[in-house]
Design a protein around this ligand. Sequence first.
Ligand code: B12
Ligand code: SF4
Ligand code: SF4
Length: 353
Amino acid sequence: MPTKKFPFDYFSYGFSSCNAIPAKELSQFNSSDEEILQLANSDKLVFIVSAFFPEDYSFFSQGRVFLDEIVAPFSRKNYYREIVVRLKAMTREYRESKYLTKSDVRFFANSRLPEKFLGLSSGLGFIGKNSLLIHPDCGSKFLIGGFILPNDEDLDDYLFNGEILDSMCGDCTICSEVCPAAAISSASGFDRQRCFQNSIVEERALSLEEIVSRDRFIYGCMFCQDSCPYNINASPAPVLFDIEKGAIPKIDIVDILSLGDSAVNYLEKLLKGTNLGMSWMSKKALLQSILIYSINVTSYLNNEKIKHINRAENEYIEILTQMVFAYKHSKFDLLRETATKLENYYEFVKKSN
Ligand code: B12
Ligand code: SF4
Ligand code: SF4
């Protein structure tokens, strides 16, 4: 992997590739994004880097289902914290070497800026059918980070002078075929609401297909990336900093479900400070995901500790259980009946809120 020593030794900070673009040039891509337009009015330089995340698929502990094991690998660890630590360290080094002040250099990751667009317009990669930025040699398993810096001729070597890349997916449709949430379609593109990475962000009614498809992870997923040919030969970058902070507790989901009505409060407290503790992650939606998962995984239905929740005590769970049963056994009359029940239930909940 080529690396330049000055001014950024980005590789030793764990970044795999980097490119820069003068902010002014961003406007040529006709972005309607407010943040981009503001940036394009400045005399700054935007410097984009990519940070790989290593894979971590641990196997299920036999016979039991633990919370941390049914969260997708990417979401078990806080790679965002990791990239921020790296960006901060690089910013400090650059500022000191150039005698700049704090306000001269900004860094960003998972910010309000459209980061895939910045990656694309700086030539770092193309946008794939899975909607992610894909580096032709390094694949898509990376996070995007960047810096906004004063223009500086020492950075000229990093400037991207080529054409922005058109999609290199060609006829491939692998990601749309493997996506369990049917979130990727050749005709209509990427449906962010359906993506499992969105499953605990919003509290919403799920369709039957969505319910039945949630039998692998309660939050997040990597299928569209794991199966992408561009990721097959990509190698992970070194992990230089601590990504163990915020680990999700190893707790049997039966112990969560057996709490019944107090499970949401329990999750709120249990997950504070962990990777599932972010304020934008709804604990109600998380509980819904855990329930659906446990209903889909049939052996859990017979667990004595949670049997009572699967009975009439909670109408919602009762309906979901019936629907999944009907769907799996092709009992279409029952399916229609329960689908109507679910609709009525949602109406009832809407009215009573
Ligand atoms: C909201 C969000 C989500 C949502 C919606 C994602 C989506 N694809 O829309 C959810 C929760 C579903 C999600 C999921 C994931 N996310 Co997310 N997410 C974001 C976030 C915070 C904002 C994205 C957004 O809505 N921006 C606003 C819209 C308007 O911009 P945009 O989506 O970037 O689209 C622009 C460009 O793509 C551009 N564009 C597209 N095609 C073309 C073509 C041409 C020719 C041109 C000129 C422009 C252009 O135009 C669009 C408008 O400006 C970004 C961080 C960020 N600040 O960008 C991370 C981000 C996109 N996510 C990221 C990741 C890693 C993921 C997951 C892989 C996590 C996981 N499960 O492992 C999944 C991937 C699912 C998937 N297949 O996309 C990374 C993507 C890295 C990469 N290689 O692309 C980002 C960039 C975070 C980061 N800093 O690294 N995410
Ligand atoms: S992350 Fe999973 S659910 Fe989301 S688009 Fe990719 S394969 Fe589909
Ligand atoms: S799996 Fe195929 S279609 Fe999907 S992003 Fe990768 S190359 Fe493109």
